[in-house]
Design a binder for this molecule. Structure first.
Ligand code: NAD
Ligand code: TYD
Length: 348
């Protein structure tokens, strides 16, 4: 089986590539990635010399490039993770989100349709999406697969749009697809613009911890390796043209999560209990900030038998240990352009 994985040099993609390479030595894995600021081949150092692995530096916004690769390699299945993925960046530069997340996804599907020529036997377009497409929840309730889409940020609007196009391609052209919508991921290799790695890095460097608004926003957190396992299951056992919600059964208000993180960091860094929490600084809220996300992962649990394997405390500890043991990785990704981003986003 020749599988094209897009965005494999990013956070979640690198865990998916590693899982597939190690678990399925008979598959040929092609990792297509443009290596934007978020893509990093260091994430894949341990597996890059495997015989069944090929890295393809290419941009999904370039249709000729994508079509040429389909023609050259005849991929039979696609796992599509490449995207612009950070809400704050989508607020300052929305257009690139439309280009990569919407047009890029359509380019991939168009190239697949052209190459597969109506023969959909053993073909699959697996589109990785987010729970943010459902918008925001109040105090109660959970997102299910039938919750109406109601995106509030340019990021979630672009992901919602791409999900709609995938479904439309299924209905209109017969493209066999699976979509999964997952909650917030955390774990090793996540770029330090997202809450958890940003705050770990700032605590290490004694920098302030910018909490948006009142900090009482709720997210449902899932360890990235558990997401990769869910993708593996949905890819192999999911029904064509179905959607699966994936979540951690693990809701935290930001401020409670941040206090837990600070407490663990104090221990790991041999600081007095309470030292890291002194860095907490409330800052201006994010515009259009969704109050609460929470996933009902009952369908993938009942139909495919998936559930998370680690508790949040275990996952957080593994994550912190990884960042503390990989300070070189952190240093490399926070050089150069990151400094400009940080200055613009946080004015400090
Ligand atoms: P990421 O930002 O860490 O990685 C994205 C990858 O895509 C990078 O390697 C980047 O180089 C690549 N890429 C970007 N634009 C490209 C282009 N034009 N052509 C080719 N490659 C390009 O993202 P992530 O957090 O790993 O998210 C991966 C996918 O999972 C995304 O589709 C995202 O919407 C979805 N998702 C993420 C989360 C989360 O919490 N991070 C949760 C649910 C769903
Ligand atoms: P983030 O990791 O950006 O994920 P998402 O917006 O996709 O859920 O943010 C997680 C939560 O943390 C969200 O409610 C915004 C908040 N947040 C802060 O309070 N400060 C920050 O500097 C960042 C990046 C996020």
């Amino acid at each position: 089986m020749k599988i094209l994985i897009t965005g494999g040099a990013g956070f979640i993609g690198s865990h998916v590539v590693r899982l597939f390479l190690n678990k399925y030595p008979d598959y040929e894995i092609f990792n297509l990635d443009a290596l934007t600021y978020a893509g990093n081949l260091e994430n894949l150092k341990d597996i890059e010399s495997k015989e069944n692995y090929t890295f393809l530096k290419a941009d999904i916004n370039n249709i000729e490039e994508v079509e040429d690769l389909f023609e050259k390699y005849n991929f039979s299945k696609v796992i599509h993770l490449a995207a612009e993925s950070h809400v704050d960046r989508s607020i300052s530069d929305p257009l690139v989100f439309v280009k990569t997340n919407v047009i890029g996804t359509m380019n991939l599907m168009n190239a697949a349709l052209k190459n597969w020529k109506g023969n959909f036997q053993d073909k699959l377009f697996y589109h990785i999406s987010t729970d943010e497409v459902y918008g925001t929840l109040g105090e109660t309730g959970l997102f299910t697969e039938t919750t109406a889409y109601d995106p509030n940020s340019p990021y979630s609007a672009s992901k919602a749009s791409s999900d709609h196009f995938v479904r439309a391609y299924g209905e209109t052209y017969g493209l066999p697809y699976v979509i999964s919508n997952c909650s917030n991921n955390y774990g090793p290799n996540q770029f330090p613009e997202k809450l958890i790695p940003l705050f770990i890095n700032n605590i290490v460097n004694n920098k302030s911890l910018p909490v948006y608004g009142d900090g009482k926003y709720t997210r449902d957190w899932l360890f990235v390796k558990d997401h990769a396992e869910a993708i593996d299951l949905a890819f192999h056992c999911g029904e064509n043209n179905e959607t699966y919600n994936i979540g951690g059964f693990n809701e935290w208000q930001n401020i409670d999560l941040i206090h837990l993180l600070c407490k663990i960091m104090d221990k790991k860094l041999d600081r007095n209990n309470g030292d890291s929490a002194k860095l907490i600084t409330y800052v201006k809220d994010r515009p259009g900030h969704d109050k609460r996300y929470a996933i009902d992962a009952g369908k993938i649990n009942k139909e495919l038998g998936w559930k998370p394997s680690v508790t949040f405390e275990e996952g957080l500890e593994k994550t912190i240990d990884w960042y503390l043991n990989n300070k070189g990785w952190l240093k490399n990704v926070t050089n150069g352009a990151y400094k400009d981003y940080y200055q613009k986003q946080y004015k400090r």
